[in-house]
Design a protein around this ligand. Structure first.
Ligand code: ZLS
Ligand code: CA
Ligand code: ZN
Length: 380
């Protein structure tokens, strides 16, 4: 492991409860909380545990969840389980969007309050100045709505954390590099200028959740405080990094946020089970490194990511970046579940060889110009 970027040595806290990785959405379901265990083993295998402040997180309380979600919905989550779900009053399951994407599994409520507790703990560390960067890989569930789950997300830990940060921070910037549109977070803050949301994602009008075209830019006081970067299949490292930097740089300079929350969904990597982008681990990490370089306090959360071995590689690499440590490609040989990595015992396998890049130079240039035009509204 090498050190780099020694000028800014942030205090980093890592928020995790191993229990959160023990829940099961169901055998066929792509969301595997076990990926969080894999990540934690890699992080400690590389010795990163030793250089961060570690916190075993608690469950969020009902009162904390009610800061965003409705009573009705939280009560439902608390009492529903796989044995009583089919005895609920007619219409309940439709009302709460229960189905294949968001199934009722054992201890679903406990799972949701655990990942949310971790994000709230992390935001508290930033608020009281004990951390410059706080990490919760189990969080980042950006689709959850006020009154229902959506897209594998039950409680919106990001919205709840931002609400917490808004108690003392005048301007919060939310950056979402998950493959999917960060619709739940965008919607929650669509009418305020105190939260700027930006999401990069696959968009064709059909792909889940269906929203996130470039014409969604906020309304009322929030007009021009939401930005969407709709992309096509197969985007490669250079195109993504260039676009990301050329948007995020003027955005941070103009909006001047006092805190940044970055959602690092790993489904934007190549070879993801649900994905269609061509990003390598280092390119995804470059976006995190770039945001960190502004020296603004950061809350870093996970999100999607459906090929567990690569999710854990990515988030370990990014934990290194946030600690100014470049990790050697050679995986630690003494970790549990090492066999998960038997495709290639490297932190940086080749992931950019699957899809054709459907984002032409012209398309990307037009998109960049459109985004910069939006950002220019911030001045004056
Ligand atoms: O951003 O595309 C959809 C909705 C459907 C198609 C799938 N069926 C099951 C429901 C109706 C239109 N849903 C997406 C949700 C993606 C959520 C991303 C979350 C995040 O990464 C943040 C954590 C979707 N894509 C793929 C699936 N669902 C999916 C694939 C495979 C399965 C197994 C379990 C369940 C049914 C069979 C399922 C869903
Ligand atoms: Ca996104
Ligand atoms: Zn996703």
């Amino acid at each position: 492991n090498y050190e780099f970027g020694s000028t800014y040595a942030p205090r980093v806290s890592y928020h995790f409860n191993p229990k959160v990785s023990s829940y099961h959405f169901g055998v066929r379901h792509p969301m595997k909380p076990f990926r969080l265990m894999l990540t934690d083993h890699l992080v400690s295998g590389y010795g990163l545990h030793k250089i961060m402040d570690l916190y075993e997180t608690r469950k969020a309380s009902d009162d904390e969840l009610l800061e965003f979600h409705t009573d009705d919905y939280i009560n439902f989550l608390k009492k529903v389980n796989p044995d009583n779900v089919n005895k609920m009053p007619r219409g309940t399951l439709d009302k709460f969007n229960i189905g294949d994407d968001c199934p009722i599994f054992h201890n679903l409520y406990e799972y949701s309050s655990l990942y949310t507790g971790a994000s709230l703990d992390a935001s508290r560390k930033l608020l009281n100045g004990q951390s410059d960067i706080a990490i919760n890989w189990s969080g980042g569930l950006h689709h959850a709505k006020k009154t229902s789950p959506s897209g594998f997300c039950y409680i919106n830990d990001i919205v709840l954390s931002i609400l917490n940060l808004l108690r003392f921070h005048p301007r919060v910037l939310y950056i979402d590099i998950d493959l999917h549109h960060g619709d739940g977070v965008q919607e929650a803050f669509y009418t305020t200028d105190r939260v700027y949301t930006v999401s990069f994602h696959k968009y064709n009008g059909e792909f889940f959740p269906g929203t996130g075209n470039y014409d969604e830019t906020g309304c009322s006081n929030g007009k021009h405080f939401a930005l969407n970067v709709p992309l096509k299949d197969g985007i490669d490292d250079d195109s993504y990094i260039n676009l990301f930097k050329s948007i995020i740089d003027p955005l941070i300079t103009s909006y001047n946020p006092t805190v940044i929350i970055q959602q690092c969904g790993a489904d934007s990597l190549g070879h993801d089970r649900l994905g269609c982008f061509n990003l390598n681990i280092k390119a995804h990490g470059e976006c995190v490194k770039f945001v960190k370089s502004f020296g603004i306090p950061m809350l870093v959360v996970g999100g999607g990511g459906y090929t567990p071995k690569n999710v854990s590689r990515l988030w370990t690499y990014e934990t290194g970046i946030l600690n100014n440590v470049l990790l050697s490609p050679e995986l630690p040989s003494d970790i549990p579940f090492l066999n998960y990595f038997d495709d290639e015992y490297s932190l940086y396998p080749v992931l950019d060889d699957l899809y054709e890049n459907k984002n032409s130079k012209q398309f990307l240039e037009d998109l960049r110009i459109r985004c910069l035009e939006q950002i220019r509204y911030l001045k004056g």
